[in-house]
Design a protein around this ligand. Structure first.
Ligand code: UDP
Ligand code: MG
Length: 147
């Protein structure tokens, strides 16, 4: 079992896509372990995306990520990190495969609807960045419903 971290970015929330997006993860047998509805603050966006702080797009990225509420999620299941990267699609929606979230809903790279961790190491840092231990649930995934 693996856990990854996801953000439904402000345009996903504004576009009424919270349910659609979470549904895609759940249909891939990933379980919600933690969830928060929150407007990210400037300092939080800067800290979270610190690896990109020298990039030209950084100020725009921070501005976009703080432009409205987001949904923060920890998702657990087999190969959760890789699975979610596949479901989300390429960073640039123009390169994203049909059926991926970014292909289906994202207008451009800067507003690409979702974030997800790129490795188990990043996932551990990112889950811990946004959630306290006590906010993360642990329960048997898919012990019922989907066969
Ligand atoms: N980004 C951007 N322009 C770029 C590259 C990235 O605006 O040329 C933004 C985009 O929102 C992306 C985020 O910065 O999701 C983080 O970039 P990364 O390369 O980590 O892509 P991701 O892991 O989100 O696919
Ligand atoms: Mg990334």
């Amino acid at each position: 079992m693996e856990t990854t971290f996801v953000i439904i970015k402000p345009n996903g929330v504004k576009g009424g896509l919270i349910g659609e997006i979470i549904s895609r993860y759940e249909k891939s047998r990933l379980s919600v372990s933690a969830m928060k509805f929150k407007t990210i603050e400037k300092s939080e966006a800067e800290g979270f995306y610190a690896e990109h702080k020298e990039r030209g797009f950084f100020p725009e990225l921070v501005a976009f990520m703080t432009s409205g509420p987001s949904v923060l999620l920890a998702l657990s299941g087999e190969k959760a990190v890789e699975k979610v990267r596949t479901i989300n699609g390429a960073t640039n929606p123009a390169n994203a495969s049909p059926g991926t979230i970014r292909h289906d809903f994202a207008p451009n790279t800067g507003e690409n609807i979702v974030h997800s961790s790129d490795s188990t190491t990043s996932a551990a840092r990112e889950v811990a960045f946004w959630f306290e231990k006590k906010e993360i649930a642990s329960y048997p995934p898919y012990s019922h419903v989907r066969g």
